[in-house]
Design a protein around this ligand. Structure first.
Ligand code: WTA
Length: 672
C-alpha cells in the first residue's frame, strides 16, 4: 500500500507527478460566493437538505418538475435486482419532445437553440421551432429507412447542427444512438458498429479542422468494406450523408443517401410517441482496462432528469438570458449530457463550434465568446493549460466581460490552472465549478454549486444534491477527513449506466465486484478528503489513461502496437504531461525476424503513426521507445509503475519484485 493515499502500489494517484498530493493539500485559498451572486442564484442550500431528508423523494420531485411525462410514474427507484437499477419505471416520456416540442408549445419557438459557428467562419442561428421542424423531418426519413424503437444508429459526424438533430431524431423514435467521435479510425468505427449491430450510419462527407477538410465518409466506407474473412454479418443497411466538407466521396448506390436529398422534402408533421422511462437512449463506447471498449448503456427518464437538473443548478442557468457554451465534442459523454440533452431539456441558448481552439489563430475561442456574448463557459483543464502556455495577452485582447460562470471537466484541474482560469478568463469574479463525473455516471456527480459553495482551487468538493459519494480504503471503510483512498458511489443515482451493451457480466465485474458486500459502485479514481470533508480527485487507479481529458486504455494501445509486423511485445503507460495531463508513452520490443530484414531506423515514428491509424490520432503515443526487454514480475505481469518512472524521468522505484532486477537499468540506458 501507498501510505500517502491508502491505495495499492500500482495506483497512479499522482496529479502531474512529484509530490503533487502534498502540494494540493497546502492549497488554502478560498473563494466564497459574492453576496449578489448568492442572492440571485438558481440553486440554494435547501436542495441539500431536501435530498438529505428523502433522497428518492427528492429525485421524484426533480423528475416531475423538470420533465414532461406522457404517463406519470408512480415508482421512483427499483433496486430489487442490483446492480441493475430502474428509475421511474412505470412512467412514459419522449426525450426529444422534452428537448424540443414542449419549448415551442410553451411559446419559446423563437428562442435560439443553437448559435453555430463553423471553423471557416460561416455561422447559423437555429431557433427551437426550426430545430424541432428539422428533427421531425429527419424522424420521418429514419422511419422510412426502417428505423424503429430499439434499433441502433451509429452517428459519425463533425460538430454541426445536423449532429444534434440526428441524435434527437433517433431518440424521438425510441431508437438507440451510438455516437462515434469523428477522430476515431475506420477500425474503431467498425468494431463499434459491429458491437452494437447498427442498422444505419449517419455521417458527413467531412468536417473542418485546422483549416482543412477532415474526411469522414471514407472511414465509413472502409469500415463497411473489407468485411471479407472477418466472419461478420453486415448489419448496416444505409448510410445517410450530410454535405459539409464539400470533399469528393465514393458512393455506393442503393446504400448511400444524401441528407439534403431527403430531409428538406420530408414532412414536418411528426407526433412524438411516449416510451417507457427505461427505454434505452444511447450507447457510448469508452475505454476500460482491457483492450475492448465498453458500450456504456444509458436509458431515458433517469438520465434526462439528472442531466437537466445538474445543467440548471451547477451552471446557474437562466434559459431566457444566458448564452451557454460547452466546448466538448458530441463524441464524448460531456457532449451528450451538456451539449445536447441537458441544455436542450432546459431550453437554453448555446454556442456550437465546429473547429479547434487555435484556428485560424490562438484566440479563436475568445473571439467566439466575444462574438456571441457567452455567459457560461464549460471546458477542460487541458485546454486551459494550453492557453496558459500561449500567454494571457491573447484572452486579454478580447472582451470577455459577458462571462459569469466557468466550468471544468475531464481530469483533475491543478490549482495553478484553476487560478488562471479564474483571474484571466473570469476577471476574478466568476464562480468556477470543477465537475467530476464519468461516461458511466451520465451526469455530474461532484461539483460546487455557484452562489452556494465556497470554492477551493483544485478540489471538485461536494456531491451534488441527491448523490452519495464516499472515499474508502481497500476494505470498503470510510477513510475519514484528511485521508486518501478510492472513490465510490454508495447509492444508485438516476443517470447511472444501466449496463455494458451485450455484457452484463463485465458490468458487474468492472464496477460492482470490488465492493460487493457494501454494494458500492467503484469509479476507478483515487481521491482524498480534506479536513472539511471536501473531495480532491487524484486521477485513475487502474490502467486507464487520461490524455487531454480523453480516456484511453493501455491495453487497447498495446494491442494496436503488437498488431504491427515489427512488434513482438509492447507496454504503454500514461506519463505526466504539462499540457495534456497525461501522455501516451510506449515501450516496444521488436521481432528478431523483423530486425534481420530491416533496421530499427524510423520505426518509432512509424509506430506512432500506426497507432494513430488503428485507433485515432488521440491515441498516438507521444514517445515510442524501442527496448530490449520489459520489466516483469515472476508471474509475468508487466510493472508499468517502473516504466512510468522512466517515462517521467524519475529515479526508478522499488524493483525487488522483478524477475530480473537488472532489467530496469538496461531500459533506462536505452531510453536515454
Ligand atoms: C476523470 C468525462 C478529476 C476521472 C466526464 C474519471 C475527472 C474520468 C474530472 C471519466 C474532474 C472527469 N476532476 N477527474 N472534474 N472529470 N475526470 O468517462 O478520472 O470521459 O474517472 O467522462 O475522467 O472520463 P469520461
Amino acid at each position: 500500500m501507498n501510505s500517502q493515499t491508502g491505495t495499492p502500489d500500482h495506483a497512479d494517484t499522482r496529479v502531474g507527478g512529484g509530490s503533487e498530493i502534498d502540494h494540493l493539500l497546502e492549497e488554502t485559498r478560498r473563494f466564497p460566493p459574492s453576496p449578489e451572486f448568492a442572492a440571485n442564484a438558481v440553486a440554494g442550500a435547501e436542495l441539500y437538505e431536501r435530498a438529505q431528508r428523502d433522497r428518492e423523494g427528492f429525485w421524484a420531485d426533480q423528475a416531475r418538475e423538470l420533465l414532461h411525462w406522457h404517463k406519470p410514474f408512480t415508482q421512483v427507484l427499483d433496486w430489487s435486482m442490483p446492480p441493475f437499477a430502474k428509475w421511474y419505471a412505470d412512467g412514459e416520456l419522449n426525450v426529444a419532445y422534452n428537448c424540443l416540442d414542449r419549448h415551442v408549445e410553451a411559446g419559446h419557438g423563437d428562442r435560439v437553440a443553437l448559435l453555430w459557428e463553423g471553423e471557416p467562419g460561416d455561422d447559423r442561428r437555429i431557433t427551437y421551432a426550426e430545430l424541432t421542424d428539422e428533427v421531425k423531418r429527419l424522424a420521418n426519413v429514419l422511419t422510412d429507412l426502417g428505423i424503429g424503437p430499439g434499433d441502433r444508429v451509429a452517428i459519425y459526424l463533425p460538430m454541426i447542427p445536423e449532429t444534434v438533430a440526428a441524435m434527437l431524431a433517433v431518440a424521438r423514435l425510441g431508437a438507440i444512438h451510438s455516437v462515434i467521435f469523428g477522430g476515431f479510425s475506420a477500425d474503431s468505427l467498425r468494431s463499434r458498429i459491429d458491437d452494437a449491430g447498427a442498422k444505419l450510419v449517419i455521417t458527413a462527407d467531412g468536417g473542418w479542422r485546422k483549416g482543412k477538410v477532415s474526411p469522414l465518409k471514407p472511414a465509413v466506407d472502409q469500415a463497411l468494406g473489407e468485411r471479407n474473412g472477418l466472419g461478420v454479418q453486415e448489419t448496416v443497411e444505409h448510410v445517410l450523408v450530410v454535405r459539409r466538407g464539400g470533399n469528393e466521396v465514393d458512393w455506393v448506390e442503393g446504400r448511400d443517401i444524401w441528407y439534403h436529398d431527403v430531409v428538406p422534402q420530408a414532412s414536418a408533421e411528426h407526433e412524438a410517441q411516449p416510451f417507457e422511462a427505461e427505454n434505452p437512449l444511447f450507447i457510448l463506447y469508452t475505454s476500460g482496462t482491457t483492450g475492448k471498449p465498453k458500450g456504456i448503456l444509458h436509458t431515458s427518464g433517469g438520465y434526462l432528469t439528472q442531466a437537466q437538473f445538474t445543467h440548471r443548478n451547477v451552471f446557474d442557468l437562466r434559459p431566457e438570458s444566458d448564452v451557454y457554451w460547452c466546448t466538448a465534442d458530441v463524441g464524448w459523454i460531456t457532449g451528450h449530457s451538456y451539449v445536447v440533452y441537458g441544455p436542450l431539456a432546459n431550453g437554453a441558448t448555446q454556442v456550437l463550434y465546429e473547429g479547434t481552439p487555435e484556428f485560424p489563430e490562438p484566440g479563436r475561442w475568445w473571439d467566439v465568446i466575444e462574438k456571441y456574448g457567452v455567459t457560461i463557459f464549460y471546458t477542460a483543464p487541458t485546454a486551459i493549460r494550453g492557453f496558459m502556455k500561449q500567454g494571457r495577452q491573447i484572452p486579454q485582447a478580447r472582451d470577455l466581460s459577458s462571462l459569469r460562470v466557468l466550468g471544468s471537466v475531464g481530469e483533475p484541474i491543478n490549482p495553478e490552472a484553476w487560478m488562471w482560469f479564474r483571474e484571466v478568463v473570469g476577471a476574478g469574479a466568476c464562480p468556477i465549478v470543477d465537475t467530476w463525473w464519468q461516461t458511466e455516471t451520465g451526469a455530474i456527480m461532484i461539483s460546487a454549486l455557484p452562489g452556494v459553495t465556497e470554492t477551493k482551487p483544485g478540489s471538485a468538493q461536494v456531491p451534488v444534491p441527491g448523490v452519495s459519494i464516499d472515499v474508502v480504503g481497500e476494505d470498503g471503510q470510510h477513510v475519514g477527513s484528511g485521508n486518501g483512498g478510492l472513490l465510490v458511489i454508495t447509492e444508485p443515482w438516476p443517470s447511472m449506466l444501466r449496463g455494458i451493451w451485450g455484457d452484463p457480466e463485465r458490468f458487474r465485474e468492472t464496477y460492482w465486484e470490488k465492493f460487493e458486500s457494501q454494494g458500492y459502485y467503484f469509479a476507478g479514481d483515487g481521491a482524498r478528503l480534506d479536513e472539511d470533508g471536501d473531495i480532491w480527485l487524484l486521477g485513475r487507479v487502474d490502467d486507464v489513461m487520461n490524455v487531454s481529458g480523453h480516456r484511453l486504455s493501455t491495453a487497447e494501445i498495446e494491442s494496436a502496437l503488437v498488431a504491427h509486423e515489427a512488434t513482438a511485445e509492447a507496454a504503454v503507460v500514461g506519463a505526466a504531461d504539462e499540457t495534456t495531463g497525461q501522455a501516451v508513452v510506449a515501450f516496444v520490443i521488436l521481432k528478431e525476424s523483423y530486425l534481420r530484414q530491416h533496421g530499427p531506423e524510423g520505426l518509432a515514428q512509424q509506430l506512432r503513426t500506426w497507432v494513430g491509424e488503428q485507433i485515432g490520432p488521440i491515441a498516438r503515443p507521444r514517445d515510442v521507445y524501442i527496448v530490449g526487454e520489459l520489466p516483469k514480475t515472476r508471474s509475468g505481469k508487466i510493472m508499468r509503475r517502473l516504466l512510468r518512472d522512466v517515462a517521467e524521468g524519475r529515479e526508478v522505484g522499488d524493483t525487488t519484485t522483478l524477475a530480473d532486477t537488472a532489467v530496469m537499468s538496461v531500459i533506462s540506458a536505452q531510453v536515454r
